[in-house]
Each structure stands twice: as structure tokens, then as C-alpha cells.
Design a protein around this ligand. Sequence first.
Ligand code: T5A
Length: 229
Amino acid sequence: MKAVPPAGVFITFEGGEGAGKSTQVARLARHLRERSGREVVSTREPGGSARAEEIREALLAGLAKPYGPFAEALLFTAARIDHLDRLIRPALRRGEIVLCDRFADSTRAYQGAAGGLDARTVRALERVAVGETRPDLTLILDLPPEAGLARARARAGEGAPDRFEAEALGFHARLRAGFRAIAEAEPDRCALIDAAHEPDAVEAEIRAVVEARLPSLFRNATESRHDAA
Ligand code: T5A
């Protein structure tokens, strides 16, 4: 009889600019590959599929900015629909672990809390695009916006800031408050991570949260090792 794959696990990383999400996605992916015995897919938004990457380019170049936050939210949502259909849902159906650098909470925080798009519209878009494919766990990397922007600037060197990095500090302060409000409103799904520490300390906090919230990831590995013995 064909073995039924375990349920896929969907983990998202959220936070302001330069919070360290990409760094920590790569570290957690390595850890989970070693410890869970499962396939791990790392991806990002906007992007993650060929079409969504095209939309990403236009959004980060600021092409949609003149149309306002609703139009930008529509484009982030269009990219998300393709990403879900082509990459995220197929991987979850195969029982894989999907780590995603930003997802629907970024639309809530950037276009909603910081950009001024009303929460009902943001929720309606999320409902139709995301449906039942909600994250099992969302790690919200939290740090003062000045620190995150300084990290992003240092990494970019002399390059021009992108569409959202170029926003005023007030925007980034609303963004941080928006992410913190999401963490407070949905404590079962979200964990707020102190991202101001060194990368190793942030990684340790993330590992501890994942092991506490998703113990089955590690139990299955132990069982399959026993099965193989
Ligand atoms: N957006 C996205 C929306 O407005 N709505 C949406 O719905 C979605 C999905 C995406 C932009 O789109 C917006 C949000 C964004 O503005 P992006 O380039 O993907 O653009 O931007 P970010 O996701 O913000 O990516 P960044 O690369 O800027 O930030 P990360 O991934 O949080 O940070 P990371 O890991 O690249 O680190 C940045 C720098 O800091 C260092 C790293 O080495 C790197 O140089 N660093 C640390 N330094 C000190 N201490 C630590 N703990 C560090 N961790 C990393």
C-alpha cells in the first residue's frame, strides 16, 4: 500500500526592513533538513514563482506606487495567488516543510497598518487568495525600524533604497506596530522574536519556538529513524 505523506507544514517569517528574515530562513532550513528528515522548501514573497517574480520587480521598482496602497495590495495578492498555486500548495500536499520569507501579514502591515488601506479590504483579499492555506506558525522578527533600516542600507552599500525602504520613518514605525498587533491578536499562530540580538541568538530563539510549537516535526524524524533500524 502506498504510504500517505505526513501533512505539510507552512512556516512564515515576517517583520520590517532588514529584520534578518532571509538570514534566519536559511538557518532554519538547514536545521530542519538535518533534524526533521523532511524536504524543506525555502521561498519568498513577493516572488517564489516565475510570474510572481515579475510582479516583484515592478512593485519594488515603485511602478505601482502612484496607484496607491489598494492597487499595490492587488498586485501583491496576484503574485501570492500564483505562488500558492505553483509552489506552496503542491509542496504542502507532498508533505514538505515550506519556509516563506514574508506572506499575507506583510500585506496587512505594509499596505494596511502602515499604508492606510482599510483592514476589511485587506482581510477580504486575504480570504479569497489564501483561503485555507494559512501558516501553521508565523515568526515575527521585531526590532526598532532605525536598526533594521541601517542593516538594509549597510547591505545595499551605495545602491538606492527600494520602494518601501525609501518610506519615511513614521511609515516604518506604523509597520512595526502593525506586526506587533498581529502577534498580539493571534498568539496561537504567531511568535514575536527579538531580532535585535546577534544572528546566533536570534537563531536559537527561533529553534526553541519551532521545537515547542511544532514538536511533531522532530518526533516524525525519530520514528522514521526507528522504523529504518
Ligand atoms: N511587501 C511584501 C509589501 O509591502 N507587501 C506584501 O504583501 C509583501 C509580501 C520586499 C518588500 O515588499 C514589501 C516588503 C518589502 O519592503 P525584500 O527585498 O524582499 O522586499 O525586502 P525584505 O523582505 O525586507 O528583505 P531584506 O533583505 O531587506 O530584509 P531581511 O530579509 O529581513 O534581512 P536580511 O536577513 O537580508 O538581513 C539584512 C542585513 O542585516 C544583516 C544581514 O547580514 C544583512 O546584511 N543581519 C544582521 N545584522 C546584525 N544582527 C542580526 N541579527 C542580523 N541578521 C541579519
